[in-house]
Design a protein around this ligand. Structure first.
Ligand code: FAD
Length: 385
């Protein structure tokens, strides 16, 4: 039997695509090289930030659709998934990430927000230490989406709708036959009308047999959990998700889902490959985070609970990848560019539309695998946006 679609990679994006495809009635096979729910990629652990505040109107609109896709997932699952905490983007004086583009993009899309000066931030959240001249963008819809739990739910729903998901099945062969696509693992081959590559840090391994390559950089990142001395000051309802919009950039969460809060540096890790990476935290990176928290959010440091690693897969413009591979119309590539979890249920729907209808209602040109930022011989990467 020829399948309608094969999804390679069952992290958040591939699982979302498998769910959306199967829900639309397609015959779907999902293949994952490790155990479902493993911690070697980007979709494990508890929390990811969801936010409307973004630097372009296109992303603000995409984020609006992402909230709707999470609401749809909540309805289907009968579970609450999005934890609303409010979101605070903090811009110190002469911040490396300018606030203007964020404010203009929210204005252009009619999304409400407040611009707060340092005194007002300290009045609302006295746990911060800020210098005068710091400004903050408060957007009430900012919050948390569950990473591992959300991914597992997407897999469960995919199976419920009829998808077959095979774990511990690494795809080692990819062939575009013109009239169909074929993948194999040495022992078996599978054929489908469409192939969806949702392999994040492994993407180029799967593109290689097709003669394609994207200019991706994989970094080994880490995040720390800390038990604050005064957990009440950092509880959901009292304390928001936050991003420090400078270079280096940091971000963090309230105490959730247990008794500890999570904080991390954004794009602070060394370049690795999915195969060369390690799992031990880098003490220098831990110290960078601790130094930042000591200076700006000292009450958050508390008792260190754990530090874990994960992979960022970065495009030079930090934009998502979503669309058909040039010269291989049957092959779709999806990649979250290390900020894609919030979009996962939406990207799953868009991928299903691309695979089954050949298009979507959205302009996906900024995310095209063939865009200039991914094809020009030299593009200076800028990851902090
Ligand atoms: C520490 C950290 C913090 C983040 N914070 C946020 C945040 O706050 N908000 C946000 O929106 N996003 C955030 N992100 C980004 C987001 O989590 C990722 O963009 C998203 O989870 C990527 O999902 P994925 O399915 O593409 O990748 P992955 O979860 O890595 O899944 C790819 C899968 O493909 C499988 N695979 C690869 N090759 C093969 C093969 N040959 N055969 C079979 N299977 C294969 C892999 O084993 C893997 O399971 C963060 C990421 C990290 C790492």
């Amino acid at each position: 039997m020829t399948l309608d679609a094969i999804v390679v990679g069952l992290g958040a994006l591939g699982s979302a695509a498998a769910r959306a495809l199967a829900r639309a009635g397609a015959r779907v096979l999902g293949l994952e090289q490790f155990r479902l729910g493993h911690d070697r990629g980007a979709s494990h652990d508890h929390a990811r930030i969801i936010r409307r505040s973004y630097h372009t109107p296109a992303y603000v609109r995409l984020a609006g659709l992402a909230y709707r896709a999470w609401a749809d997932l909540e309805r289907e699952a009968g579970e609450r998934l999005v934890v609303s905490t409010g979101g605070l983007d903090l811009f110190p004086p002469a911040a490396a990430i300018p606030a203007d583009a964020y404010l203009a993009s929210l204005d252009a899309c009619g999304v409400p927000y407040e611009w707060l000066d340092a005194d007002e931030v300290l009045r609302r959240w006295p746990v911060f230490r800020l210098e005068p001249g710091t400004g903050a963008l408060w957007q009430a819809d900012g919050g948390i989406v569950p990473a591992a739990r959300g991914t597992e739910l997407l897999q469960r729903l995919a199976v419920h709708h009829g998808a077959t998901l095979l774990e511990q099945t690494p795809v080692t062969e990819v062939r575009d036959l013109g009239h169909a696509v074929e993948v194999g693992n040495g022992d078996r081959t599978w054929r489908a009308a469409r192939l969806l590559l949702c392999a994040d840090a492994w993407t180029n391994e799967l593109l290689a047999p097709l003669g394609a390559r994207l200019p991706l950089v994989v970094t080994q990142e880490q995040f720390g959990y800390f038990q604050p001395a005064d957990p009440g000051a950092f509880a959901v309802g009292r304390f928001p998700v936050w991003i420090w919009m400078d270079d280096p950039s940091f971000y963090g969460f309230p105490v959730w889902p247990g008794a500890a809060l999570k904080a991390a540096q954004d794009v602070g890790g060394r370049e690795v490959t999915a195969r060369s990476r390690g799992f031990d935290p880098d003490p220098a990176a831990s110290e960078r985070l601790a130094r930042f928290l000591r200076g700006r959010l000292p009450g958050a440091l508390g008792v260190p609970v754990s530090t874990r690693t994960c992979l960022y897969t970065l495009t030079p413009d930090r934009d998502l990848v979503l669309g058909p591979l040039s010269g291989h119309d049957r092959v779709l590539v999806a990649l979250g560019a290390a900020h894609g979890f919030k979009f996962a249920p939406l990207l799953g729907q868009l991928l299903a539309d691309l695979a089954l209808r050949g298009g979507t209602d959205l302009d996906l040109a900024p995310f095209d695998p063939g865009r200039v930022a991914l094809t020009a011989p030299t593009v200076e990467p800028h990851y902090l946006v």
